[in-house]
Design a protein around this ligand. Structure first.
Ligand SMILES: [Cu+2]
Length: 134
């Protein structure tokens, strides 16, 4: 009797652990899928420019893709639904970018002339995000 009860309890424990592992797996897959959707790994080329999307997530700028190619003109399309308030005044000091975007002009263009990791932030140095040039 006692042994049986113990086994039952152990089985229940195992079942709960199994359920938790399965749930964790699905959450993990969900996060992975989301990240991939938001950040394609390769730059999107359109003619001679590489197109990227600038948005704000969790109060910080996010570039998608976040890796740019050196010496190729960047056409950055600003997602105006997530980029709001002072974050619309976009600064990339390393490449001389400072532009106040609006619904009628939400494109920022520049050419990344050096490789490395660079900052992007608003004119008040908020929402700091990073991107890479290779
Ligand atoms: Cu700001």
């Amino acid at each position: 009797m006692t042994i049986n009860k113990k086994t039952n309890r152990q089985n229940k424990g195992l079942l709960i652990a199994g359920v938790i592992i399965v749930l964790a797996f699905f959450v993990y897959v969900g996060i992975q899928t989301n990240t991939t959707e938001l950040m394609p790994q390769t730059s999107i080329y359109s003619g001679d420019v590489q197109e990227v999307i600038l948005s704000v997530q969790n109060y910080g700028y996010v570039l998608a893709p976040s890796t740019l190619n050196k010496d190729i003109r960047v056409r950055m399309v600003v997602d105006m639904s997530s980029v709001q308030g002072c974050l619309r005044d976009v600064v990339i000091p390393e490449f001389g970018v400072r532009k106040l975007v609006s619904n009628s002009d939400n494109i920022i263009e520049f050419t990344p002339t050096k490789t490395g990791e660079f900052d992007i932030f608003c004119s008040m140095k908020m929402g700091i995000g990073k991107f890479e040039v290779v």
